[in-house]
Design a protein. Structure first.
Ligand code: SF4
Ligand code: SF4
Length: 121
């Protein structure tokens, strides 16, 4: 998807509307070694326990991703409309759609475009 990123217009940013659609899409939610350390600590697990219980090999077999709920396919850390690891959620989650997105993302994501100085909700 490199080169297909649609950045916010100058002086603007995308503001998440917390619709949780991006937590329900199929696909990998990558977790780095640093993120694994932080999430495991947040959950009170050892890194080994966290990896065993909550991650799988990603699609390209180059690293680990968070497990999906086996019934819904949603991220297993989605709890209603909340993220159970909000305080340590992966960079991939924090960055979307401002630092990365993909063709067609606006059809799914409800983020609005706001002036960059407007506070987050
Ligand atoms: S980033 Fe977009 S898809 Fe994800 S919760 Fe926010 S508005 Fe919804
Ligand atoms: S880790 Fe949290 S923010 Fe990221 S996809 Fe899962 S529920 Fe959504």
């Amino acid at each position: 998807m490199l080169g297909l990123f649609e950045p916010p217009p100058p002086g603007m940013r995308y503001q998440c509307q917390r619709c949780t659609a991006c937590c329900r899409w199929p696909g990998d939610v990558h977790v780095s070694a640093t993120e694994i350390t932080a999430i495991a600590a947040l959950l009170g697990l050892s890194e080994e326990e966290f990896i065993q219980r909550h991650t799988r090999l990603n699609a390209t077999r180059t690293g680990l991703s968070l497990l999906e709920d086996p019934e819904t396919g949603h991220c297993s850390f989605l709890d209603g409309n909340d993220c159970r690891i909000q305080k340590a959620k992966p960079t991939q989650c924090v960055g979307f759609p401002n630092t990365w997105n993909f063709p067609g993302w606006r059809k799914i994501c409800h983020a609005t475009t706001v002036p960059d100085h407007q506070p987050s909700t």
